[in-house]
Design a protein. Structure first.
Length: 95
């Protein structure tokens, strides 16, 4: 039997995980790289899609198993780590 996750949270209490909220000090660099670096843009788009799916599940809009939600969260973290690494590389190459 699969346990279904259906957490009903008020949107105002949910953590926002969009990339500019995660790295507010990098907001301008994120915007720049979305238009100048195809690899960054692809990772950014993938992150946004996964993040949106996690938010829908956490808000009770889309039911799923705990295992699937955990997989999505792990994928989101991995994408965020890779995006952060790219942000750091571009920052250090300009110094």
């Amino acid at each position: 039997m699969v346990q279904i996750v259906a957490s009903f949270h008020n949107n105002s209490t949910m953590d926002k995980h969009n990339l500019t909220s995660e790295f507010p000090e990098q907001k301008e660099k994120i915007q720049e790289l979305k238009f100048t670096n195809a690899h960054f843009k692809k990772l950014y788009d993938d992150y946004s899609i996964v993040n949106h799916e996690v938010e829908r599940i956490e808000n009770g809009v889309e039911p799923t198993s705990d295992a699937h939600l955990n997989e999505l969260k792990l994928k989101r973290v991995a994408l965020k780590d890779e995006l952060y690494e790219l942000l750091q590389k571009t920052e250090s190459s300009k110094q």
